[in-house]
Write a protein that binds this ligand. Structure first.
Ligand code: PEP
Ligand code: MN
Length: 374
């Protein structure tokens, strides 16, 4: 169901220079020199609308650099005066909001460790009541779309209309290539639920490493995100936080120059745009299907191992009957044809048998299509 919030379109926001709406700057403000010099170089990139720098840093371990505090707000104010860039920082409680507003910060963002907590988000919303400032809500660390939407709703209720979301990926226990899993289907669902809400991608925190920044930025553009937040530092390797994922302003310029923004040439560019976006979504869902199949086969192999160790036969006819009945009911309720469910699940079942047989026969692949396995 679509949610109606009073949101002003991103093209009407102060500082908007076209797609991608670009927010850049260091992970953390470290020194006055580092902040102003990064800003000076980012102005040369030409496409940056908003300068970011974390002043209060939520860190996993207590001995890490936790930000410079209020001094940094003065540096941000100087950046605005000298370069004309609008400025933004992260707020995690009411006091942060009051301090940031006092120093004329143009945009506030709510971090992933804050948007998980409705008490804190409500407290921030109360502090923002009636204030005219841009606010971005990062996704919560866990992939919970309702929690993300709830945080956005709470901020909207304070009367904030220049309101947007930042997709920064989701944490997972599994070891993965990226620092945070993108789970692209979540921002896609967010767009479906609140169509006018600007969505910015934060490839820096998804990637965790600079080598992946371009591919993630490109994907976000292909999915029609409105903008990007990319961390940039004059000396990334010596940054006090998130060193591995930051790039210099020159590298940012180079990354942007390699971004392909679909520019439809046909007579109905809008239609082409929509089609391109939908195809990207299909590709993502196909990737998910493959991931799920891989996980299912791994479980079948574990079961094979278990059966082997305990001398249990592979034949489990009643179990297969149960599965067929269940998927048939559920699948048909979802509007899928009985024919498709039958053929897809038979193929999956056959593949499971093959994986189990391989385990049970010490790595020798056997074809036993007539046997029943899970
Ligand atoms: C940040 O933007 O530097 C930050 C701490 O982000 P997140 O809340 O996404 O971890
Ligand atoms: Mn960071």
């Amino acid at each position: 169901m679509e949610l109606k919030l009073d949101i002003s379109l991103i093209k009407d926001w102060k500082g908007y220079k076209g797609r991608p709406f670009l927010i850049s700057g260091p992970c953390s403000a470290e020194t006055e020199e580092q902040v102003i010099e990064t800003a000076r170089q980012l102005v040369q990139v030409k496409k940056v609308s908003i300068f970011r720098a974390g002043i209060w840093k939520p860190r996993t371990r207590p001995d890490s650099f936790e930000g410079v505090g209020i001094d940094g707000l003065k540096w941000l104010r100087n950046v605005k005066q000298e370069t004309g860039l609008l400025v933004c920082t992260e707020v995690a409680n009411q006091k942060h909001v009051y301090e940031a507003l006092k120093y004329g910060i143009d945009m506030l963002w709510i971090g992933a460790r804050t948007s998980v907590n409705p008490f804190t988000v409500q407290e921030i919303s109360d502090a923002l009541n009636g204030v005219d400032v841009m606010v971005m809500v990062k996704n919560p660390v866990n992939p919970d779309i309702e929690l993300w939407i709830g945080a956005i709703e709470r901020i909207a209720r304070a009367g904030i209309t220049r309101l947007g979301a930042i997709h920064r990926g989701f944490s997972t226990f599994e070891k993965t290539t990226y620092r945070n899993q993108p789970n692209w289907q979540l921002p896609i669902e967010l767009r479906r639920r609140i169509p006018d809400l600007p969505i910015i991608c934060d490839p820096s925190h998804i990637a965790g490493s600079r080598e992946f920044l371009h591919e993630i930025s490109q994907k976000a553009m292909d999915l029609n995100f409105d903008g990007l937040m990319l961390e940039s530092h004059i000396d990334p390797d010596n940054a006090l936080s998130d060193a591995a994922q930051q790039i210099t302003p020159d590298e940012l310029k180079e990354l942007l120059s390699r971004l392909i923004l679909r520019n439809p040439v046909a007579s109905d560019p809008k239609l082409l745009d929509v089609l391109g976006e939908l195809r990207q979504q299909i590709d993502i869902f196909d990737e998910h299907l493959l991931d799920l199949l891989e996980k299912r086969m791994k479980i079948a192999e574990t079961i094979g191992q278990y059966k082997k160790e305990n001398n249990i036969t592979i034949l489990q006819a009643h179990r297969w009957d149960e599965i067929v009945k269940r998927v048939m009911n559920k699948g048909q309720a979802k509007g899928l044809s009985a024919e498709m469910i039958d053929s897809v699940f038979k193929a999956i079942h056959q593949e499971s048998i093959n994986h189990q047989m391989r385990i049970m026969n010490n790595g020798i692949q056997t074809r036993q299509a007539d046997k029943q396995a899970i």
